[in-house]
Design a protein around this ligand. Sequence first.
Ligand SMILES: C[S@@+](CC[C@H](N)C(=O)[O-])C[C@H]1O[C@@H](n2cnc3c(N)ncnc32)[C@H](O)[C@@H]1O
Length: 241
Amino acid sequence: MGRHQRLAELMDVDRDDLVVADLGCGTGRTVRALLSANPAPRLVHALDATSDLDDDLLHDPRVVSRVADLDARLPFADTSIDRIVSMNVAENLTDPAAFLLECHRVLRAGGTAVVGHTDFDTALFTGPDDDLTRLLVDRFVAQVPQWQSRADGFMGRKLLGLAVDSPLALADVRSWADPHRRFDEGSLAWKISMGMLAAVRDDPALTARATSWVESVRSLADAGRFLFAVTDVVVVLRRDA
Ligand SMILES: C[S@@+](CC[C@H](N)C(=O)[O-])C[C@H]1O[C@@H](n2cnc3c(N)ncnc32)[C@H](O)[C@@H]1O
């Protein structure tokens, strides 16, 4: 089972009349998993700062797509939402604790919020040189990508503290690290390695070493000897009934 199916399952959509919200939905991978489940929710509010939702989801009558800033008040009435999911969004927010307060405000009594984050510092790569692999992961985690205003490569492990300090009750904590063996363009491991190259671009000597590291990883993958994993952490929160 993949990440988005797991998230959908943790949301515990146990009836077909529920109203759910994916906060920071991206292209809608969790929305898709929710709508493919049985029972599926009646309505999915898909919120994001940008409008990247896949076309088929955009035209699905069960999906309401909205551009919204999750650093601001959520565009929902008090106690109007049955389930919330938010994956890999917290590191972008000015105040993740305020975001959880807002989740508490809009959730119905007994409602669930599933908040997850990848802990990028746990990235595991088979590489040709362990010290260089560690250095590149460290540089990647320390750098804020150009397309984000903030990032936190340790956000996965910080979620539990945020959850405990929030007014929501902690119902469960999960974590997983799925094995990936692909390193072709577009694969998760390849995307992170491109982030590593971007993180060292101000250092020509390190860029040369990182470029040859990427080529070695590609050869390891071609030979079936490559493994990549990274840990996702998920907290399941409940608004008291
Ligand atoms: C890494 S993507 C995750 C997308 C999706 N949840 C997933 O797991 O595939 C983070 C998403 O959060 C959105 N985001 C970041 N900051 C935001 C903000 N302040 N308000 C609304 N959306 C935001 C980004 O636009 C992006 O789509």
